[in-house]
Design a protein around this ligand. Structure first.
Ligand code: NOJ
Length: 682
């Protein structure tokens, strides 16, 4: 053990939220560095036995000394009075394979620091804190051992703090306001944010990029981060409407609190930190989980041309669905999503969802016949369960609902949880339904149950209005995708449509957490009542590469794809499952370029998006195999292209032969993008 004396500034940060005596002495009780030595973590005990940690990168403070601990409802707080029982440092290095993903192989290389503590004067209650220090970030969690003096744990507050050590700019969305993480991403000085959802992306004064998030959110409340003072952030657990935010019995671990730390925005995206901190696949053989593209009886409803409920303009009729199946079969899409197929859409479902049946189709929708017709054509229906966040109704029918789909060969289901904050209806352990937050501990339990129950039926899930992604797809690879941000549907609805910098923000904020069912590819660039997209047509194509989802919707209606056959070709070609991914450049909210290698061929794909500014970005092709010729099929903004006028449709498609030694210049129009397929020349 080593005694360290902190700078006055560090003491001010550490003690700003401390009750009790302020003293300068901090005892460093453990430390570890990343395998490359750049990141270092220290765990300290303060003068009153209060637990803290800090993080440095290349010797420079990233997180100044910050508090760790808990307030409990049923026992004295786990904060202060700690002494160390044991400290251990170990190293781990292995590489594991993803069944699907942005890259096939993931290296999991870290040093672990484990500090076991006890509160001597509180019945010797024990707690451990475990840090894993990677080259690209840090994860830490608490471990509650089985102990008779604290068998039931009711956590009211997690006291974990993040004292960001340099002035920072943040990109954030407010927590607790709109379920499903659908707020517009805001940019602000970190000291001016409120209570944020994670991932919370920051750029520090020296250019270092940091993203705070969590991994393996299981049977625990979601972590929001609340600005306490200046740049001091504290974990805030999504509240339960029934008492303590988290109630656990016996031994358990908390989710990992994660910080990706990189030189630049691209480095943030390249990290696999949260996936690495999740448990390996628990489902065994998941060859039944099929990354693929789909079309759907969907956009026409958002355009208000058809309706979810039965009636004259019903979208999910047998006839209309057959048309979509034919379209999918002809153009090589595996899936056809059908919404509004089941009874219950007549009621005010966004405020109750009590009338939904998940097994009874509307009379004008012949589910078995359509499932069989699709199969015959090499296509699968994609099921739909809009729940209106009524878990009483949904959980009561869940098993039958999945069983019905499974019997018909429907192997993926899009679920939906449209509701207003605080109004998810839970069954309640005592049988009395109650309203609460979708990201509370009970909400977290539900989303996991929906996925694990689906897995029993060999069904993959694409959750809309979901809990945030914390990397659980590693453990449950049937959790194929989710929404969890403003999707393209906002361009149909307005109020407002998605801003021109939306994708360039999403890539380095929401997309750090995992795949998003963004519903890209609306080539008509127009929503309901003539609302116009802030995008060129080329950007719609680039979004398939830039916004990753293993199950990706070509969202526009068949009539519109018929109008734009040249652009549609890229949508037909682009895969959704990757062998490798590289972020070639990017700045949060400004631009991003990604190269991804197809998992099932030697093709590479590039997508680039920009905000409202025109840009020329050099694209060195060194990611291609040396010594091979490739045909580059380029889909770029034309010279006139501009998202602000009718030239948003100005798309040029051209071919060039290139090699790994070439550098292309990506010319992006205001609000534009570029998509390229590189296929080896035979
Ligand atoms: C909101 C979802 O995001 C959208 O995709 C769906 O069509 C509606 N809810 C109805 O379930």
């Amino acid at each position: 053990m080593r005694i360290r004396f902190l700078s006055a500034a560090a003491v001010a940060v550490l003690t700003s939220s401390m009750a009790g005596p302020v003293a300068r002495a901090q005892e460093v009780v453990g430390s570890a560095t990343s395998p490359d030595g750049a990141l270092s973590v220290e765990v300290q005990l303060g003068p009153t036995g209060r637990l803290g940690y800090d993080i440095k990168r290349k010797g420079k403070d990233i997180i100044a000394p910050s508090r760790l601990g808990f307030n409990l409802a049923n026992a004295w707080k786990l904060d202060g009075g700690f002494s160390v029982r044991d400290t251990r440092v170990s190293e781990h290095d292995d590489t594991w394979e993803q069944p699907w993903g942005e890259r096939r192989h993931v290296r999991n290389h870290y040093r672990e620091l484990r500090v076991e503590l006890e509160q001597k004067e509180r019945d010797q209650r024990a707690l451990a804190v475990v840090f894993r220090v990677y080259d690209d970030g840090v994860g830490f969690r608490y471990e509650f051992p089985e102990q008779p003096q604290l068998r039931d744990v009711e956590i009211t507050d997690e006291l974990t703090e993040f004292a960001v050590a340099q002035p920072a700019t943040a990109w954030w969305i407010p927590a607790g306001e709109l379920p499903g993480l659908e707020e517009l991403v805001r940019k602000a000085p970190l000291k001016e944010i409120g209570t944020a959802n994670t991932p919370l992306t920051m750029r520090l004064e020296d250019g270092t990029h940091v993203a705070i998030h969590e991994a393996a959110l299981v049977d625990y409340a979601s972590m929001w981060v609340r600005k306490v003072d200046g740049q001091l952030l504290r974990a805030q657990l999504a509240p339960s409407s029934r008492g303590a935010a988290v109630v656990r019995h016996g031994a358990f671990t908390t989710p990992w609190r994660t910080l990706r730390i990189a030189d630049d925005a691209a480095g943030l995206y390249m990290s696999d930190l949260e996936l690495n901190l999740n448990e390996p696949n628990k489902l065994g053989d998941v060859s039944w989980v099929k990354p693929s593209k789909f079309v759907g009886v969907w956009w026409s409803m958002h355009l208000q041309q058809t309706t979810w409920n039965a009636g004259e303009r019903h979208g999910a009729t047998t006839k209309n669905t057959r048309r979509y199946i034919d379209f999918a079969a002809k153009n090589g899409f595996r899936g056809v999503l059908v919404e509004g197929w089941n009874q219950g859409w007549e009621s005010n479902w966004g405020h109750g969802g009590a009338d939904f049946s998940f097994t009874r189709p509307y009379p004008d929708f012949d589910l078995p016949a359509l499932a069989a017709y699709a199969k015959k054509k090499g296509v699968r229906l994609i099921g739909h369960h809009e729940t209106g966040a009524n878990l009483v109704a949904y959980e009561g029918q869940m098993d039958d609902a999945y069983a019905l789909y499974a019997a018909l060969g429907v192997d993926s289901v899009k679920s939906g949880y449209v509701h207003e904050a605080g109004t998810m209806l839970f069954p309640g352990a005592d049988g009395k339904p109650y309203y609460g937050n979708y990201d509370s501990q009970d909400g977290v339990r539900h989303f996991q149950k929906a996925v694990t129950e689906a897995a029993r039926h060999r069904i993959a899930v694409d959750t809309h209005e979901p809990i945030k992604d914390t990397g659980l797809r590693r453990t449950y690879p049937n959790w194929l995708s989710r929404e969890g941000a403003r999707g393209v549907e906002y361009n149909a609805w307005g109020n407002p449509v998605n801003p021109v910098d939306h994708e360039a923000k999403l890539v380095f904020t929401r997309m750090l957490s995992g795949p998003m069912d963004y519903t890209p590819g609306v080539l008509s660039l127009v929503g309901a009542e003539g609302k116009v997209f802030n995008s060129t047509q080329a950007k719609q194509l680039a979004n398939f590469v830039v916004i990753y989802s293993p199950i990706a919707m070509a969202a526009d209606i068949p009539e519109n794809y018929a109008k734009y056959p040249k652009a549609f070709k890229f949508i037909k070609d682009v895969p959704t499952d990757w062998d490798d991914t590289r972020v070639l450049n990017g700045a949060v909210g400004e631009y991003a370029t990604m190269a991804r290698k197809d998992r099932h061929s030697d093709d590479w794909y590039v997508g680039a998006v920009t905000d409202g500014e025109a840009r020329t970005l050099p694209l060195p092709l060194s990611f291609l195999d040396a010594g091979k010729d490739y045909v580059a099929e380029i889909y770029r903004d034309g010279d006139q292209a501009d998202y602000r006028n009718e030239h948003r449709f100005d798309l040029v498609v051209e071919k060039r032969t290139v090699t790994a030694r070439d550098t292309l210049q990506l010319k992006l129009a205001p609000g534009g993008g570029q998509a390229i397929r590189f296929a080896p020349k035979h």
